[in-house]
Design a protein around this ligand. Structure first.
Ligand code: HEC
Length: 291
């Protein structure tokens, strides 16, 4: 096989890859005296790093595709909230409340003090030139590190304690927890746990049934539409997959989620009998998507 100009040239690959060991401008030191102990960073070590990186990245992509990011609760601008950052920023949040990092000193707090660690990191290779690698032989670097960790832990804890205190003081329950509780309640009652609208492609079961008349007469159509595909209220097509007869009766009698008012009295006033309402619920419970 011919490789390059000189067919007798010996081709050396890096590791078990197809990357040729070049004689680039960096000549790696000769490590043959330490077999298995060391290797050239470029390209041997870098190549391994790279391959591990690719595997991790592909794994990560597969995970993100398999498990899409969950949609949070819709924002409620009328709810009073105590704004809080995510937990890993709590220490910064607390730090910015310190007198010399806020108010008149906010530039010092945001640019000055946070600039120091960045510059220190940039300068670290020039400042920290000691050969020692054991942490107890590097007192300055180690104590800075431990001090940093302690400060972060302390500030995070202070921020969280302060937040809990504020919640108790103002008697607030965070909105997400309120909703979680509500959802758990609904789950226990067998009601849906979200306001997601039903897709309106399902056919109406037993269209000729007299319950269809009751549905119109009781005024359900004003919100759920005569074709049951929904208007201001959700579609009721296929509603039997979501609620059984008793649950629907409860919805008619008590309303739903605070968004649909109780309908029983209006239905009776519109001339429906108790049996009509019962039959309407029974008929709605039969509305199931065709399998
Ligand atoms: C004033 C408007 C209005 C009227 C009238 C009304 N509804 Fe509703 N209904 C709603 C709204 C809005 C919802 C959705 C509530 C929610 O999910 O937060 C709803 C939800 C429902 C649900 C549950 C739907 C689901 O996807 O879980 C059923 C069942 C239902 N209504 C039945 C009826 C029946 C039967 C009548 C007539 C007796 C009726 N509704 C009259 C507004 C109305």
């Amino acid at each position: 096989m011919a490789h390059g100009k000189d067919s007798k040239e010996k081709v050396v690959f890096v590791g078990d890859s197809r990357v040729r060991k070049g004689n680039g401008f960096i000549t790696p030191p000769d490590y043959t005296a330490y077999p298995g102990k060391s290797e050239a960073f470029i390209p041997n070590f870098l190549l391994k790093e790279w391959m591990v990186g690719v595997v991790v990245l592909v794994g990560f992509l597969v995970l993100t595709i398999a498990e899409p990011a969950p949609l949070g609760f819709p924002a409620n601008p009328s709810a009073s909230v105590i704004p809080m950052p995510d937990w890993y920023f709590l220490f910064l949040y607390q730090y910015l409340k310190l007198p010399y990092a806020s108010g008149d000193y906010v530039v010092l707090g945001t640019l000055g003090v946070s600039g120091i660690p960045f510059i220190a990191l940039l300068l670290a290779p020039f400042l920290d030139t000691g050969k020692e690698r054991r942490f107890y032989r590097r007192p300055i670097a180690s104590s800075l590190m431990i001090l940093g960790l302690l400060a972060v832990t302390f500030l995070t804890n202070t921020a969280w304690t302060h937040y809990k205190h504020q919640l108790a003081e103002t008697g607030q329950i965070p909105e997400d927890i309120q909703r979680e509780e509500k959802a758990a309640e609904n789950r226990a009652k067998g009601l849906p746990t979200s306001n997601a609208k039903q897709a309106a492609v399902v056919a109406i079961v037993d269209k000729e049934d007299k319950a269809m008349e009751s549905f119109k007469k009781a005024g359900c159509i004003s919100c759920h539409a005569a074709d049951m595909k929904g208007a201001s209220g959700p579609s009721l097509r296929g509603i039997g997959d979501v609620h059984d007869k008793d649950a629907i009766l409860t919805i008619i009698k008590e309303g739903y989620n605070g968004k649909m008012p109780a309908q029983y009295d209006a239905a009776i006033a519109a001339g429906l009998t108790d049996q009509d309402v019962d039959h309407l619920a029974e008929w709605l419970a039969k509305q199931k998507a065709a399998q």
